[in-house]
Design a protein around this ligand. Structure first.
Ligand code: ATR
Length: 276
């Protein structure tokens, strides 16, 4: 039997066992996907001994994504770009790593808002943390040449923009509504709007059809930003799509089948999110 799992601290909240458990059942695979709570400081050693623990690989969640990257002998381009890994597997006895968050983000938009990358307009990104770095990279890979960025702490936005110079232009957080003029995509990568966090306040009146609004927050599933966007007739993509699609490459590496993100899987995880 092949065994994989998710490693984090804490790990209790992770929805990955639900997602991979659904696919194992759907494809009739003799496999197992568990949760591993590993204390900070012990993660690198854990990752280097996956095989000895009987694991074919694992997902990695906060706060261990950087440790997973450091532990890997063979990080792929996505992991190197992010300097962090969320998916580990073993090949030729070597620990390999990827970061599938960008893949998840792009495929979620493809599924929820087909044609989102064909509008030929600029993209606006809110936030300048680790999630924003991956998303900007993904947008550049998909052909966006003009990306506008606003972050509460402007310096962080400037540092991130410098990495992608000259494609990213920084706007003041106070002027974030101005970014939306002639924009085809708005992405929230901040934690604003998440349960227990500050609300995200943004005026969408400068945004125009057929623009797409995407939120990577998935608790709640329908954030105020998405609700506001839908009310104004924009296409939207929620954060659950990214969570589901980022799981696809890992499952394929470990269990040999490229799994499908089905409406049934979405419903299963949605029900679970609504419980908590
Ligand atoms: P991640 O790496 O997952 O993106 P992070 O590095 O903690 O997480 O980034 C969180 C993002 O949400 C940051 O852009 C943060 O802005 P700062 O760089 O100014 O901290 C943003 N954020 C968090 N709370 C916020 C708030 N109340 N208002 C505006 N932005 C907020």
């Amino acid at each position: 039997m092949k065994r994989a799992g998710v490693v984090g601290w804490p790990v209790e909240h992770s929805r990955s066992p639900l997602i991979h458990g659904y696919w194992l059942k759907r494809y009739g695979i003799d496999g197992e996907y568990g949760k591993h709570a590993v204390e900070p400081g012990k993660a690198e050693a854990f990752f280097k001994t996956l095989s000895a623990r009987g694991l074919v690989g694992c997902n990695v969640t906060v706060p261990h994504k950087e440790a997973a990257y450091r532990a890997a002998a063979r990080p792929d381009a996505a992991a190197k770009d992010a300097r962090a890994a969320n998916t580990l597997w073993i090949e030729d006895g070597k620990l390999c790593a990827s970061n599938t968050d960008i893949y998840g983000f792009l495929h979620s938009l493809d599924a929820q808002a087909p044609g989102w990358d064909k509008l030929g307009l600029a993209a606006a990104v809110l936030g300048a943390g680790g999630a924003a770095r991956g998303i900007i990279r993904g947008l550049l890979n998909r052909g966006f040449s003009h990306i506008r960025l606003a972050n509460r702490t402007r310096e962080r936005a400037e540092t991130l923009a410098a990495e992608f110079s000259p494609s990213v232009t920084v706007f003041a957080w106070e002027n974030r509504a101005d970014m939306l003029i002639d924009c085809g995509l708005l992405v929230n990568t901040t934690t604003c709007g998440m349960v227990g966090q500050a609300p995200l306040e943004i005026d969408l009146s400068n945004f125009s059809l057929p623009g797409v609004v995407c939120d990577i927050v998935y608790t709640p599933l329908l954030t105020d930003l998405l609700r506001q966007a839908r009310a104004q007739g924009f296409h939207t993509a929620d954060g659950l799509g990214m969570l589901l699609y980022q799981a696809v490459p890992g499952f394929e590496k470990w269990f040999g089948i490229r799994p499908e993100v089905t409406p049934e899987l979405r419903a299963l995880v949605t029900t679970d999110l609504e419980k908590h």
